[in-house]
Design a protein around this ligand. Structure first.
Ligand code: MET
Ligand code: ZN
Length: 785
């Protein structure tokens, strides 16, 4: 079969949530039973049509398949599950007699129902997007169902736009899946690959029959360690794509490889070459997170298109078009030498960035011209393709504008702040270390006088409707600063009184003043900006609005101290102040591309260090620095992990090492699979670490014991993600399991995570049970000593 040439400019995908979160509104109205399925469908179609019209206006071809057909009601991996009719056994009743699952059924998979938990949600590679994990067992049905893909293609075709249906590829689908509960212990979903590939052959045939000229299969898992091993010559990817390419009836095939370097990192381009040789019409490479394919591996590209993902889709900075064009020109020479074609694209789907800088109303004046959100990135792709094909002069204006903006950014006063740089340059190793843990322990025991098995919470208390509406009213200017402050103080006083009444040992202020544990810090540090409409889908109908780190970071004034010291003044109990750690602040923001992340992390760390000094001065002797994102930034390839863990741990230590011995530093990490980073967690050198543990029934305590973890540890004794109250007996049982492997003198009793998403009724009861179970455990312990 002779190969098709891919359009010169395209994007791998576009934000699905809608410029004004139209999809969120449509979905939530439907789930609340305010609208029927037809209404939801119509709203989704209108949103897609508007998006496609916008993309066409920006310059993507309406009929050459350069428009991505990547819409998903909830999640692209769920859509692959639907296309494969791979309904997990525990949801089997939702499938029709022909095995397919409809929209209503798919929403049950996504959201659960009275009797079933939804599919597990997990982070999509190293992003903040969460996908729904397929559950595959020995006999999970696998049967092609191209109906939704065909219907969508046909609907847009009838409207004059030719989309390129997009689907997670077969290898990635199975690598992203987990073994269904009840499958044999050594069952690996990948053993179902042949069946999945056969289903894809059928799906391709159905799309070809509907007239789709191109289809896009995303294979991002081939950039992870495990997937990469399958993407070298002679391995699985080669045979899978030989089969798919040999399908007699199929559209032209684009295979995308975003999020890193696919296959052997020492041989960038090798995977693209082998896919082309297998018969794939167009292969993509991520030139932002992945390495530039090298000439030696491009020889196999004859007749194929290489789609160069040169526009960053994970961050919001304006592209340096001049250097990009140079890179593209060099690459094209090599690709042409091999008999191939070069096209321009994005590094991944643009789903990770907001829609449009033009919708921003509150950004500081200097910022908009430095930025590119999805729409601006589409224009960048088009400009680069034009420059590549019509010559640099054809895009001289665009290049000059980008150059000027980049120059302004580099020279802007806040970009590099001498005082911040000097402070960083003068750091010595001593700034990263406290005295030894035992000395600290003695000082803290004297200062704090805590009981055995101290009880505490992770920081936030329920964010009630009242708290959220007061914040909204304050933002909107309908209540003034004084009224808002008065409201928050009352709320804090209530939270402190409740904790006293419940008999908790270490109290917190409850975080009522914080909209979000990262955004609140970004708002109070110099160097960050807030968007007004920069929403990015997090999962399903949920979106977050990451802050933008644009300059050197410092802390102009103490900001958590007033709230925390006010709360502490209301009680005689030991009091714990709450901060968010440097890695988490960066992980949940858009970060700089003009400085290594490690430099930004140390700047944030110093800002936090200042806050800690002020908290200490205000008499706060326990301070928690949350790092729930430490693990999520872990690089996808193991060869990069040591370096990352080195600087990330250092930044935490820099933030906390100014504390005196008697100040007890806590940290919190809300996940339990941390076997691979246990060394790093130990190296944080926190006096007390709280972790998630209830769902895995304290499994982690054994790992900790085997490791020899010697400092304070609070494995969560109740799962705050579920709206149910754990009984005293349940909590007691988990405490007992923990006591089975850990020393009673190091054990803390706390929930898994913060309580801000919970209601007061359940929180009160749950914490009462936690305290009662702890009191009972203490008396057993004192009897046995
Ligand atoms: C995602 S971790 C949350 C920690 C924070 N202190 C809270 O309690 O909400
Ligand atoms: Zn947490």
């Amino acid at each position: 079969m002779s190969k098709q040439t891919f359009p010169a400019a395209s994007i791998l995908g576009y934000p699905r949530i809608g410029p004004n979160r139209e999809l969120k509104k449509a979905l939530e109205a439907h789930w609340a039973k305010q609208t029927d399925e037809a209404t939801l469908h119509a709203a989704a179609l209108e949103l897609q049509r508007n998006n496609l019209a916008k993309l066409t206006t920006l310059g993507l071809g309406a009929t050459d398949a350069s428009l991505p057909g990547d819409f998903a009601y909830y999640d692209q991996v769920l859509d692959a599950t639907i296309a494969l009719s791979a309904v997990p056994t525990r949801f089997a009743d939702l499938a029709a007699t022909d095995g397919t699952i409809n929209t209503a059924g798919a929403f049950v998979l996504a959201r659960g129902d009275e009797s079933r938990a939804p599919l597990e949600m997990t982070k999509w590679f190293d992003t903040n997007y969460h996908y729904l994990v397929p559950e595959i067992g020995e006999s999970t049905p696998i049967k092609a169902n191209a109906a939704a893909l065909v219907e969508s293609f046909t609907a847009h075709q009838a409207n004059g736009t030719t989309i390129r249906p997009t689907l997670v590829g077969p290898i990635s689908y199975l690598l992203l899946a987990k073994a269904e509960d009840g499958a044999a212990a050594d069952f690996d979903p990948l053993v179902r690959l042949d069946e999945v590939v056969n289903a894809y052959v059928e799906i391709l045939a159905a799309l070809a029959a509907a007239g789709a000229p191109w289809v896009q299969l995303d294979e991002p898992a081939l950039v992870t360690d495990r997937g990469a091993a399958l993407a070298v010559p002679g391995a699985l990817a080669e045979s899978v794509y030989t089969t798919l390419a040999a399908a007699t009836k199929r559209p032209a095939l684009l295979v995308t490889l975003g999020y890193g370097t696919a296959g052997n990192v020492e041989r960038p381009g090798e995977t693209q070459g082998l896919l082309a040789r297998a018969g794939v019409d167009a292969v993509h490479a991520d030139l932002i997170r992945g390495a530039l394919p090298t000439a030696n591996f491009l020889g196999d590209l004859a007749g194929s298109t290489l789609v160069a993902g040169i526009v960053d889709s994970r961050n919001i900075w304006r592209n340096n078009l001049t250097t990009s064009l140079q890179t593209l020109q060099g690459l094209r020479a090599e690709v042409q030498q091999a008999g191939g074609t070069l096209a321009v694209g994005t590094a991944t789907s643009l789903q990770h960035v907001p829609h449009d800088v033009a919708l921003e109303t509150k950004l500081p004046a200097h910022l908009p011209e430095w930025l590119a959100f999805a729409n601006q990135k589409v224009s960048e792709v088009i400009t680069l393709a034009k420059g590549l094909n019509d010559g640099q002069e054809a895009v001289a204006t665009e290049l000059a504008e980008a150059d000027a903006a980049i120059k302004n950014r580099a020279e802007f006063a806040g970009t590099t702040v001498p005082a911040v740089r000097t402070r960083l340059a003068n750091l010595t190793t001593a700034d990263f270390s406290r005295s030894d843990a035992t000395t600290r322990k003695v000082a803290q025991e004297q200062a704090l006088d805590l009981p055995l098995l101290p009880t505490t919470t992770i920081g936030s208390f329920p964010q009630t409707v009242e708290v959220r509406s007061a914040r909204a009213a304050h933002r909107a200017g309908t209540i003034n600063d004084a009224a808002y402050e008065g409201f928050l103080k009352e709320e804090i006083a209530r939270v402190v009184a409740l904790q006293e009444e419940l008999g908790l040992d270490v109290l917190v202020h409850g975080e009522a003043e914080r909209n979000d544990m990262v955004q609140y810090f970004a708002e109070n540090f110099d160097g960050f900006a807030e968007t007004s409409n920069g929403w990015v889908q997090s999962y399903g109908s949920r979106a977050t609005r990451p802050s933008i780190l644009w300059g050197d970071v410092s802390r102009p004034a103490p900001f958590t101290v007033p709230w925390i010291s006010y709360a502490a003044s209301l009680t005689n109990k030991p009091f714990k102040g709450m901060l968010t750690g440097p890695v988490t602040i960066l992980a949940w923001s858009f970060i700089r591309d003009d400085e290594p992340l490690s430099v930004s992390a140390n700047q944030v760390a110093l800002a936090l260090r200042d806050e800690i000094a002020d908290l200490e001065a205000a008499g706060i002797s326990i301070i928690q620095v949350d790092e729930p994102a430490l693990r999520e930034l872990l690089p996808l390839r193991s060869k990069d992990q040591t370096k990352y863990l080195g600087w990330s741990v250092d930044s935490f230590r820099l933030s906390t090492a100014g504390a005196v011995d008697s100040t007890q530093i806590h940290t919190h990490l809300c996940y339990s699979e941390f076997g691979e980073i246990i060394n790093a967690i130990d190296a944080l050198d926190a006096d007390v670490t709280s972790i998630e543990a209830a769902r895995s029934r304290m499994e982690v305590t054994e790992d900790l014991t085997n490791f020899g973890f010697s400092r304070g540890i609070g494995p969560g004794v109740y799962d705050i993600h579920a709206p149910r109250v754990p009984s005293e007996a349940e909590v007691a049982e988990l405490i007992n399991i923990a006591l089975g492997s850990l020393d009673a003198r190091q054990l803390w009793i706390n929930p898994d995570c913060g309580l801000k998403t919970r209601g007061y009724l359940e929180t009160r009861e749950s914490l009462a049970n936690l305290v009662a179970a702890t009191v009972a455990a203490r008396s057993t312990l004192s009897l046995s000593v």
